[in-house]
Design a protein around this ligand. Structure first.
Ligand code: PRP
Length: 212
């Protein structure tokens, strides 16, 4: 039996994902050591490998078959536009992709003005403004702390993830429009889905049983 490889995005989702896998009897003791710098972990009995990568790289590993299965946020799936199957909504990591800004920017959105939009998600922002709203905007790609952009005058609005809303509140910004809801998803390589269908389907069914 060959190893099935599962890619996890580093950070917030990884911990929850490992807890979920434990509930279905898939454990990886090695991965629990927080001081470890190791990137790949093996469960010999189950012939499974887990690895941690940057979230946005998970769909890439899965499309190329370096991972059979990936656990990743819907935001990353939408942004990366990789060829893969999205097969299960895990229901955690719930948040929303939103257009945010100061209250004063509401008018600019209403009147279809040529505004600047700062975001870590240029593809999602383009799709929303060009295809859904039919509004021409200038998209500016940033890598984090997106809320800074409207405060310092880089952009009128941002497209970003809102979870609790505290980052917005603490910086005098608000949700102006909702783009889509987000949560953690399971993605599967298209060839693996055929070649390892039985094992993958079993994992997916087991996961469904333990989801809240
Ligand atoms: C995310 C997002 C917001 C914040 C939203 O940033 O980009 O800034 O969390 O959460 P809240 O609504 O609960 O305040 P993250 O912490 O991932 O870091 P980043 O700024 O580097 O993207």
């Amino acid at each position: 039996m060959r190893y099935l490889t599962i890619a996890l995005g580093k950070g917030r989702l990884a911990q929850k994902t490992m807890e979920l896998f434990e509930k279905i009897g898939i454990t990886c003791e090695e991965m629990k050591d927080p001081s470890s710098r190791k990137l790949i972990f093996t469960n010999e009995e189950m012939k499974l490998k887990f690895f941690l990568s940057k979230g946005p790289d998970v769909p890439t590993y899965v499309e190329y078959g370096a991972a059979d299965i990936g656990i990743v946020g819907k935001d990353t799936i939408l942004e990366e536009q990789r060829k893969l199957y999205e097969v299960l909504d895990l229901g955690y990591g719930k948040c929303r992709m939103c257009v945010c800004g100061p209250e004063s920017a509401k008018e600019l959105l209403k009147h279809q003005e040529l505004i600047r939009v700062a975001t870590k998600y240029p593809n999602i922002a383009k799709d929303y403004f060009y295809n859904k709203k039919h509004q021409t905007v200038e998209i500016i790609k940033l890598n984090g702390s997106i809320e800074l952009a409207p405060i310092v005058g880089l952009a009128e609005v941002i497209v970003d993830i809102v979870e609790t809303g505290s980052t917005l509140r603490e910086n005098g910004l608000e949700v102006l429009e909702e783009v889509c809801p987000l949560s953690a998803r399971v993605v599967v390589n298209q060839v693996s889905m055929r070649m390892e269908n039985e094992r993958i389907t079993k994992i997916l069914n087991d996961l469904k049983q333990v989801l809240p």
